[in-house]
Design a protein around this ligand. Structure first.
Ligand code: AMP
Length: 399
């Protein structure tokens, strides 16, 4: 069911409570070292302020586990918002996120002013999805806007709880995640190609099982390759193997065969004697990896095969690097795949990069603005790809 977004309702002059993802990295002096998440919220903030609304922002930061940890307070975010929003008449930092004083500040808040609530997770009730606590948050405003995609896979008071107590809609950022991740998985333009890599089969079992019923082609890379190859009786040397996931790899390959899905595995590899920048990278022109050596990236034949498949796609979803891309000499496979996805995007293909390390890889290669959509949530985007309902989205109003 499609969900209402902030532009689908009349918010003029109404008091808005907006859940953001201000879980920003801080250095020892509590300076924000990367303000991408703060900047990402600005579009919706400006829209709300332009509609003459008093705006209350809330977020978690780190893992205070239900107690007040001053080093995890949101003041650095308030300071950054003041710098980024010179037109906002005021950015007030609240002493807490609930309680009499906060209620009074919220009541007195004027259109164009922002009140940033203190870290929600200073209260255990937030992660417990306590209805009373959610009610206290809801009582501060008339409309709830969800913008924190990174936490919508959790049923917390500020995701699921508050959204059933107020008219709740998606902000621009969340709307974009729903549009691209949702459409890519539920309603893809075909051929639909999934590229799955990364460290472990076990972390992506549900994604593999969900996507194998939807895609035309599944491309496998990264360390999860070797569990698949091992299950086919191919030798993998000392490459990463998850014995417990061999059954899953077989199941996915059987399903691919039954569904007439192309499941592509590497035909050659880059190998090394250790996963270390000092190790020598060698090519092995066969799917088998010699004893004692480790597969660290896909080889040139495999790159050509994967790039050709990417060129034939209309929709691409990518999660997980093709090799140990953090080390330059093992990064070629991931880089060439990223380049091919960027080129395909330029030719009209919808490309969705689903969170975590593939996002880091695309950013490292400077290709981020050449993809259709780069998801902002690691865990949440994986759960989307698993086909799960995300509680913070389910709770929003249906269209
Ligand atoms: P994930 O978080 O599951 O997407 O895994 C990402 C991690 O997988 C990255 O840190 C990569 O270095 C790692 N990785 C990719 N390929 C390999 C490989 N062949 N051997 C070991 N680690 C790998």
């Amino acid at each position: 069911m499609a969900k209402l977004s902030i532009t689908d309702i009349d918010i003029k002059g109404k008091k808005v409570l907006m859940r953001c993802d201000y879980n920003v990295p801080l250095d020892k002096n509590r300076n924000i070292t990367d303000d991408t998440r703060v900047k990402a919220s600005l579009k919706t903030i400006k829209y709300v302020l332009d509609n003459n609304c008093p705006l209350i922002l809330c977020s978690h930061l780190g893992r205070p586990k239900g107690s007040v940890k001053p080093e995890l307070g949101l003041k650095p975010v308030a300071d950054r918002l003041r710098e980024l929003l010179p037109d906002a008449s005021k950015v007030i930092m609240a002493p807490d996120c609930v309680g009499g004083e906060v209620k009074k500040l919220a009541e007195e808040l004027k259109p164009g002013e922002i009140l940033l609530l203190e870290n929600l997770r200073f209260h255990k009730e937030e992660t417990d999805n306590d209805a009373g606590f959610a009610g206290k948050l809801a009582s501060l405003a008339e409309i709830f806007v969800q913008e924190a995609f990174g936490t919508v896979h959790r049923a917390h008071a500020s995701t699921a709880g508050v959204a059933v107590q107020l008219p709740a809609v998606a902000g621009f950022l969340l709307q974009k995640e729903i549009k691209y991740l949702g459409n890519a998985v539920k309603n893809p333009q075909k051929p639909f190609v999934a590229i799955l890599g990364g460290a472990k089969v076990s972390g992506k079992i549900a994604v593999l099982k969900n996507l194998i019923d939807k895609v035309d082609t599944m491309i496998i890379g990264g360390a999860m390759t070797y569990t698949f190859l091992k299950s086919k009786g191919i030798t993998i040397g000392n490459s990463l193997l998850e014995e417990d996931s061999i059954g899953v790899a077989r199941e996915v390959m059987d399903k691919a065969f039954k569904n007439n899905v192309k499941l592509l595995l590497p035909d050659d590899h880059i190998i090394a004697d250790k996963v270390d920048a000092g190790a020598e990278a060698k090519e092995v022109s066969d799917a088998n990896i010699p004893d004692g050596l480790i597969g660290v990236d896909i080889g040139p034949k495999t790159i050509r095969k994967y790039v050709a498949e990417i060129k034939s796609a209309k929709t691409i979803v990518w999660n997980g690097p093709m090799g140990v891309f953090e080390i330059d000499k093992f990064a070629k496979g991931t880089f060439e795949v990223a380049k091919a996805v960027a080129e395909a995007t330029g030719n009209g293909v919808v490309s969705v990069i689903g969170g975590g390390d593939s996002v880091a890889a695309v950013n490292k290669m400077g290709l981020n603005d050449r993809m259709t959509h780069i998801s902002t949530g690691g865990g949440a985007s994986l759960e989307f790809l698993e086909g799960k309902d995300l509680p913070g989205i389910t709770a929003l109003k249906d269209k």
